[in-house]
Design a protein around this ligand. Sequence first.
Ligand code: CA
Length: 245
Amino acid sequence: MQGAVVNPKVLVVEDEPALADALEYSLSRQGYEVSVAGDGVKALEMARQTIPDLVVLDIMLPHLDGYEVCRILRQETNAPIIMLTARADEVDKVVGLEVGADDYLTKPFSMRELIARVKALLRRVRLDREEMATTSTPNGHPDVPTERMVFGDLVIDLSRREVSFGGGAFHLKPKEFDLLVFLARNRGIVLSRDLILERVWGWDYDGGSRTVDVHVRWLREKIEADPANPTRLVTVRGIGYRFEG
Ligand code: CA
């Protein structure tokens, strides 16, 4: 452990006391600084006070529901938000741009799964920050290699915009490369087509979400051992994609 590292702060918003306690216990054991809010109004208050690094947010809450809380938080913070859904039909709304959550878990879920998602999202935030830091001071962080992302036999060289796979190094088309990097940075996290389109192609792009499918197909031809049975760029039915690294 480095002395200067401050434990990430996690805000849990959950009105069922037993689940709130379990979340608080499990997250604290991971070394996170946990605060708990039992309703939507309190959640906003606490978020403004504690400035959390990540929010775990239930949908069905007293006073202000999780959708509203998420929309408001999105205006105020870039902290990742994991939503806890009770029904499958809530999922589309949650991960779509309408609400803007970063990930979701459907109840009942295991604490192990939750911790894995929390770690993945916090890692993404850290990588984004490191990238910003290395962009401004190229040699400022010699102990944090962000130039290359390595996933077994797949290596993404960010500075050369080059990919190595299957024994050879090659270049991808610009958007293919951007898409791969975006997916890889968010490994383990379900990403909706809309979100991918917004982050990789930008708001002003009007090509439609099939563009994402086409590029994923091209990428699979290049970085999957068996493109017909992808193990890295995994389809999440009805939603989008997830990178397994
Ligand atoms: Ca609830």
